[in-house]
Design a protein around this ligand. Structure first.
Ligand code: PMP
Ligand code: GLN
Length: 385
């Protein structure tokens, strides 16, 4: 393995899921739901297979899906993208993110990430041969806040791209409007392209509503908005993602994408198009259910003696196990599947340094699991107390 990829050998999700399987533990580590999405979506995929959608789809994605993505974003956010050239279907959000970075940065360029960050960002920057610098979230007593000064400091004359993720994995932070405005100002002042990871755009709680960065003044022309059907419709294994943006940027991403996978997910694409047009009521119901699950897991973590932070969106909640005497989340997470039969993920897997004082102790738990699974997890977690 080349040295620049050496830090990225085995992802934390692979490691913790393997431990969970090995100990028959409840997997609150890797974020995937244990129930499939709406029946109509599943049937539409079966129909597409039997209906002959089994060869290579078009390079930009099936037109019906690009049109549905465009109509969906216009309807919910008022942002307008031409399905012909401003919408690109990818193999999950992961490919959209990686292809964006491969297309936009190279050796000598810098990318700013916000720490903690989803693990594929730093790996994709390394694949592109570029470097990243990190701004950071900081604890604010209930959840986390973006440290805007750290963001300003992270930008240098070499910075080309800023990656923003809201709702945020792993903390569940939803960036508030003033922070989005400040990010926009920094991006415009420094002529940055923003890659905005919005895979949890539908999974916000307590009445919060997602605001895409591209909808702010001056941002559409410099923003690539990335999303995915995996989280929205509970089909994480389908790997249908997309990126929307101005024609020049999406064209660049497409140039890189065609040599990563060319195309992907033929029969799933028309199915996701159907879901975007007809299944948003299912998504609304799902969001409400998920919010209840967040509350259940937060209570279970408290009862077990951990201190949960607030999660305003996503599948995840972070908790501090130090009151139980555990100061190193990575060690805690490696022993948990064997000791009580629960798997979780250390937040340090999403940071530059495994021993950073701000994150070393924090553990991420996923609550996108069936109620009886969360109840059983609560019983097992109670053994920690
Ligand atoms: N970004 C974030 C923040 C994620 O949590 C994930 C994991 N689903 C992805 C991107 C990757 O999404 P996909 O599975 O569609 O590639
Ligand atoms: N996005 C999911 C998570 O954060 C898992 C993705 C993966 O396994 N790479 O848990």
């Amino acid at each position: 393995l080349v040295p620049r990829l050496e830090p990225f050998r085995t992802t934390i999700f692979a490691e913790m899921t393997e431990l969970a399987v090995c100990h028959d533990a409840i997997n609150l580590g890797q974020g995937f739901p244990d129930e499939d999405g709406p029946a109509e979506l599943l049937t539409a995929a079966c129909d597409a297979i039997t209906g002959g959608f089994n060869q290579y789809p078009p390079g930009a994605g099936v037109l019906a899906l690009r049109e549905a993505i465009s109509a969906d974003r216009e309807g919910r956010y008022g942002t307008i993208y031409d399905p012909d050239g401003e919408v690109l279907v990818t193999v999950g959000a992961t490919e959209a993110l990686t292809a964006s970075l491969l297309a936009l940065v190279e050796r000598g360029d810098e990318v700013v990430l916000i720490e903690p960050y989803y693990d594929s960002y730093a790996a994709a920057v390394a694949l592109a041969g570029a470097r990243h610098r990190s701004a950071r979230l900081v604890p604010n007593g209930r959840g986390f806040t973006l440290d805007l000064d750290s963001l300003r400091e992270a930008v240098t004359p070499d910075t080309k791209v800023l990656v923003v993720n809201s709702p945020h994995n792993p903390t569940g932070t939803v960036l508030p409007a003033p922070d989005l405005a400040a990010i926009a100002e920094i991006a415009i002042d420094n002529d940055l392209i923003v890659v905005c990871d919005e895979v949890y755009e539908h999974l916000l709680f307590d009445g919060r509503v997602h605001t895409p960065l591209a909808s702010l003044p001056g941002m559409r022309e410099r923003t690539l908005a990335v999303s995915s059907a995996g989280k929205t419709f509970s089909v994480t294994g389908w790997k249908i993602g997309w990126v929307c943006g101005p024609r020049n940027l999406v064209g660049a991403v497409r140039a890189a994408k065609q040599f990563l996978t060319f195309v992907g997910g033929g029969p799933f694409q028309p199915a996701v198009a159907t879901a975007l047009r007809t299944q948003l009521p299912w998504v609304a119901q799902h969001r409400t259910t998920l919010q209840g699950k967040r509350d259940v897991l937060a209570r279970s973590l408290s009862t077990a003696g951990l201190v949960p932070h607030t999660s305003d969106g996503t599948y995840f909640i972070c908790a501090d196990p130090r009151p139980l005497g555990y100061t190193d989340a990575a060690t805690f997470c490696r022993t948990l599947p064997g000791s009580i039969g629960v798997a979780a993920v250390p937040v340090s897997a999403f940071t530059d340094a495994a021993d950073s004082a701000s994150w070393k102790h924090l553990v991420r738990f996923a609550f996108c699991k069936q109620h009886q699974v969360l109840e059983e997890a609560a019983k097992r977690l109670a053994r920690l107390a």
